[in-house]
Design a protein around this ligand. Structure first.
Ligand code: C2E
Ligand code: MG
Ligand code: MG
Ligand code: MG
Length: 284
């Protein structure tokens, strides 16, 4: 019993230390968004046609480098921004960084390639979003890219009527909408069919399971069947091995992104060149 209690104390001390650290990070985030824009930057991950190697798009991902905490992952700071009510300010920062990059002569698209940003479903109802994104859409198009919005599946399923209208309005302007992390949420297919979305992004966890045993391909095959039935495009994320890539091709998934082809990179190190076309589509 004594030991049990001691263990409990240690555990709770760690817990509160962890909570304290989180709170400090979240307070810094609020402050940095307000006064330290230089701590934020954007990296871009190329998306390819898996067969031809053609560059079909880029996904913009926000980075935060804090002087004390170092690089904080967006997986950590995006939820904190949502909690603290500064997700709009975060997207503002993202757009500011991208627009600065778009001004560079080296960042010119061919007109039919996409430039995607991630937005939180919770901010779609925010009336400020349209004013923030319209200049982004315009700057993106002017630089030769097609704007795309990524929204995670988990949050897409309980959008308010107002959010739906907003999303539809973006669609009417020719902005494509991708359902991020597809397969991890709880989409009602009937509802999905009514949503103004164009692309399903197969979540990394399903791609990572693709391997020698073809039975591990079943979920990806099911997602592709859903996309086909609903007339949606598909792209796979998190492709790390040649085998995963060729399995996807066998299954008729022809677009993807992942460390195998390219890691997210700052504009300075970004290659807008096409990748090598696939030679061996079915390795042993
Ligand atoms: P996501 O949109 O699903 O982005 C994909 C994440 O997987 C990125 O992590 C990317 O760096 C990583 N990734 C790409 N290829 C591979 C791979 O082959 N293997 C592995 N293991 N990982 C890969 P990141 O940049 O840390 O972003 C994490 C999440 O944070 C994103 O998931 C997105 O939901 C969110 N996020 C990132 N930037 C923003 C932003 O500007 N705004 C919002 N609202 N959310 C963002
Ligand atoms: Mg994404
Ligand atoms: Mg994703
Ligand atoms: Mg993800």
């Amino acid at each position: 019993k004594m030991a049990g209690r001691a263990c409990y104390r240690v555990y709770s001390a760690e817990e509160s230390e962890h909570g304290q650290h989180k709170r400090r990070i979240s307070e810094s985030l609020v402050a940095s968004l307000k006064v330290s824009p230089e701590e934020f930057s954007v990296v871009y991950q190329p998306q390819y046609d898996l067969d031809s190697g053609r560059l079909v798009g880029l996904e913009a991902l926000l980075r935060w480098q804090h002087p004390e905490f170092g690089a904080v992952s967006p997986a950590e700071f995006v939820p904190l921004a949502e909690q603290r009510g500064v997700i709009h300010e975060l997207t503002e920062q993202l757009v500011r960084c991208i627009r600065r990059d778009l001004d560079s002569d080296t960042f010119i698209g061919k007109g039919d390639q996409r430039l995607a940003i991630n937005i939180s479903a919770r901010q779609i109802a925010d009336s400020r979003l349209e004013h923030l994104l319209d200049p982004f859409f315009e700057a993106t198009r002017q630089a030769g890219w097609l704007p795309e919005l990524e929204i995670t599946e988990t949050h897409l399923m309980n959008l308010s009527r107002r959010s739906l209208e907003q999303l539809r309005a973006f669609g009417d302007k020719g902005v494509t909408v991708a359902v991020d992390d597809f397969g991890t949420g709880y989409s009602s297919l009937a509802y999905l069919q009514t949503l103004p979305v164009h692309v399903l992004k197969i979540d990394r966890q399903f791609v990572s399971r693709l391997g020698p045993d073809r039975r591990d391909s079943r979920i990806v095959a099911a997602i592709l069947a859903i996309a086909d039935a609903l007339d949606l495009e598909v792209i796979a994320e998190g492709i790390e091995t040649e085998l995963q890539k060729s399995r996807l091709q066998e299954l008729n998934c022809h677009r993807g992104q992942g460390y195998l082809m390219a890691r997210p990179s700052p504009l300075a190190g970004l290659s807008l060149a096409d990748a090598e076309p696939s030679s061996n589509r079915t390795p042993a």
